[in-house]
Design a protein around this ligand. Structure first.
Ligand code: NAI
Length: 337
């Protein structure tokens, strides 16, 4: 029986890069079948809901989803669907690897895995305006929510990831010097969990601003990084920039039961429909998905074919210096498979 995966093409460049990725996955011979579901602006327009119940049911049933980017209108309209999905399935760990594929950039040998807490912190969605006098929006507050439970499970996830993937060090990035309660709790609980792994995985903590500078000055000093939600959001784009930009940055959102795989980048409305979107980040996310499902030989073959295509600069899309298209890049990967 093939394994069914929920496929959400998404908005903007999403449908083009998901179709290219599905073609490559099929060429690996992985025994998969797809249940296509809608979410995002496309779903709002066709099904009257940005996150229809059929989509949620499908993810709940199959437990694995491959997702294109979803557009979130800024400031107005519905809340982020990505945040809603993370909440619905309690996808507490956002795992974002950044590894040098193209050499000759600012740094060689970057190999970092950022593990971001995905459900709490400043993105927990607890925010409101404060009215003063006749101005109902005179001020605004967002709550940074940090729980012992949330910190324990994300830091433990980071250490388990390190143990299972032969990683040597976990760096916890925080701002406990200023945010003494929320970030203080993150650091204290993180240290307690780290003590359980003493002798097996090294541990260090870094203040977030110093960590950002350290990453730019010498990213090879970092291995696994664990941090809270917003800091992780920012650092993950930073590390993507160290290895060739958003076009090469995959991510996964992992919960106890469900895992959703996606590219780090968004729906790129500025290039949607032009056939030039880089599908490599979603393809790298698909490699993570195959590994998650235990399809290691297919994952290995797909990763090698992708790497060779990029290194040999065959049909690369314009964002990474080529003149290829979404489809010609997929064809080049498939030829190598
Ligand atoms: P973006 O990542 O969509 O685009 C930023 C820049 O990178 C643009 O110039 C775009 O053309 C380029 N770019 C991104 N992906 C590319 C690719 N695969 N190939 C070539 N160039 C690429 O970020 P932006 O413009 O801030 O967001 C657009 C929309 O996407 C927003 O509605 C945002 O909320 C949403 N978004 C969704 C995410 C998700 O579904 N996981 C993640 C990030 C943003």
């Amino acid at each position: 029986m093939p394994t069914t995966v929920t496929l959400i093409p998404g908005d903007g460049i999403g449908p083009a890069i998901t179709e290219a990725t599905v073609r490559v996955l099929e060429a690996t011979g992985a025994d998969l079948t797809w249940e296509r579901q809608q979410a995002g602006v496309v779903a709002l327009e066709t099904l009257n809901s940005p996150l229809p119940p059929e989509t949620l049911d499908s993810i709940r049933r199959h437990q694995v989803a491959l997702k294109g980017p979803l557009t979130t209108p800024v400031g107005v309209g519905f809340r982020s669907i990505n945040v809603a999905l993370r909440k619905e399935f309690d996808l507490y760990a956002n795992v974002r690897p950044a590894r040098t594929i193209v050499r000759g950039g600012r740094y060689e040998e970057v190999d970092i895995v950022l593990i971001r807490e995905n459900t709490e912190g400043l993105y927990s969605g607890v925010e409101h305006y404060v009215g003063i006098g006749s101005d109902p929006r005179a001020a605004a507050e967002s709550v940074m929510l940090v729980t012992r439970f949330g910190v324990e499970r994300i830091v433990r996830y980071a250490f388990e990831y390190a143990v299972n993937n032969g990683r040597r060090k976990v760096t916890l990035a925080h701002k406990a010097n200023i945010l003494k309660y929320t970030q203080g709790l993150f650091l204290d609980v993180g240290r307690e969990i780290a003590a359980e792994y003493e002798g097996r995985v090294q541990f260090e903590d870094r203040i977030i601003d110093a960590a950002a500078m350290g990453l730019v000055l010498d990213p090879t000093r970092f291995d696994v990084i664990v941090t809270e939600n917003m800091f992780g959001d920012i650092l993950s784009d930073l590390i993507a920039g160290l290895v060739g930009g958003l076009g090469l940055a995959p991510g996964s959102n992992i919960g106890k039961d469900v895992a959703i795989f996606e590219a780090v980048h968004g729906s790129a409305p500025d290039i949607a429909g032009r056939g030039i979107a880089n599908p490599a980040a979603l393809m790298l996310a698909a490699v993570m998905m195959l590994q998650h499902m235990g399809m290691h030989s297919e994952a290995g073959r797909m990763a090698s074919a992708l790497q060779a295509t990029i290194l040999e600069q065959d049909s690369l899309t314009p964002d990474i210096g080529g003149s290829g298209t979404t489809d010609s890049f997929a064809d080049a990967v498939i030829r190598r498979l």
